[in-house]
Design a protein around this ligand. Structure first.
Ligand SMILES: O=c1ccn([C@@H]2O[C@H](COP(=O)(O)O)[C@@H](O)[C@H]2O)c(=O)[nH]1
Length: 277
């Protein structure tokens, strides 16, 4: 599982801070794959083969697998086993519950002996506070990626509420940054909120930010970099649908590669501009 230093090294080697989102929907994958024993795994395997030199991270969204019950979990387990070791492999599960329940979520996603899965990082919702977050950190070297300011329109319902210390999302980042250092915690900040990155950086100047919302949601990579990039990069930018569903024909993997390559090339320019490489 990559440490902070290993992640930075991979970013420099691959000249990329791309995370490919594996939001694999059996209804959307090319129909010719449906003859395979496990079409979702086969789709993921080909997407991974086509993109692994262009990205530093993969992020299966657990909902797409859980929604298919036992079969979906089998596809997830096989996909996890196939993920490249040098990449930061994130399970986007957005959990958050009492401490003893969190212990079970941690076993589910981090403890291979218990569940057959051992992702490097998990996305967590902050609403229930410290005891719903810190149990994940008892697993050596694993990362928590806490929702900070999300990319969806509903983020305005709570995340922008004004508190004594500023917006609620600012309070979340400020407080949670005291629970773990920048070597174990990251924050989710939506690409659609790029101008708010300046605020986030006040409280998390060195933490990596996982940034969804480029691609299908219309966020701008250039704006994210303008406000969020650091001397170590400090960004992992996710794109799911725009890459994995770039084509639904027999050329789906090549089309995914072309889309990932276009993002990687833009990222290389941003890394050069910021002096990271
Ligand atoms: O604020 C958030 C937090 C998580 N997500 C997740 O990221 C991907 C985005 O997929 P696209 O297809 O590139 O839009 C998806 O898994 C979301 O659940 C997010 O979009 N925003």
């Amino acid at each position: 599982m990559p440490s902070r230093q290993q992640l930075i090294q991979q970013i420099k080697i691959k000249k990329s801070f791309l995370c490919v989102g594996l939001d694999t929907d059996i209804q959307k994958i090319p129909s010719f794959l449906l003859d395979h024993e496990d079409p979702v795994y086969e789709f993921n395997r080909q997407i991974i083969d086509a993109t692994r030199d262009l990205c530093v991270s993969y992020k299966p969204n657990s909902a797409f697998y859980e929604s298919r019950g036992v079969k979906g979990l089998q596809s997830l387990a096989k996909t996890w086993q196939y993920l490249p070791q040098e990449c930061l492999n994130i399970i986007d599960a957005k959990r958050g519950d009492l401490g003893n329940t969190t212990d079970m979520y941690a076993k589910a996603f981090f403890d291979e002996a218990s569940s057959g899965l051992s992702f490097d990082a998990i996305t967590v919702a902050p609403y229930m506070g410290a005891d719903s977050v810190t149990p994940y950190l008892s697993y050596d070297g694993k990362w928590v990626i806490l929702l900070g300011l999300t990319s969806n329109s509903g983020s305005k319902d709570f995340q922008y509420l004004v508190t004594k210390g500023g917006y609620l999302y600012e309070e979340v980042v400020k407080k949670a940054a005291t629970w773990a250092g920048d070597d174990r915690m990251m924050f989710v900040v939506g690409a659609t909120k790029s101008t708010e990155f300046t605020n986030i950086r006040k409280y998390a100047p060195n933490h990596f930010l996982l940034v969804p919302g480029v691609g299908a949601q219309g966020g701008s990579l250039a704006d994210v970099c303008q406000y969020g990039i650091t001397k170590d990069c400090g960004l992992i930018v996710n794109a799911s649908r725009s890459i994995i569903y770039a084509s639904n024909g027999r050329d789906f993997a090549e089309a995914a590669r072309a889309e990932a390559q276009s993002l990687q090339q833009q990222m290389q320019l941003e890394l050069e501009k910021a002096g990271v490489i």
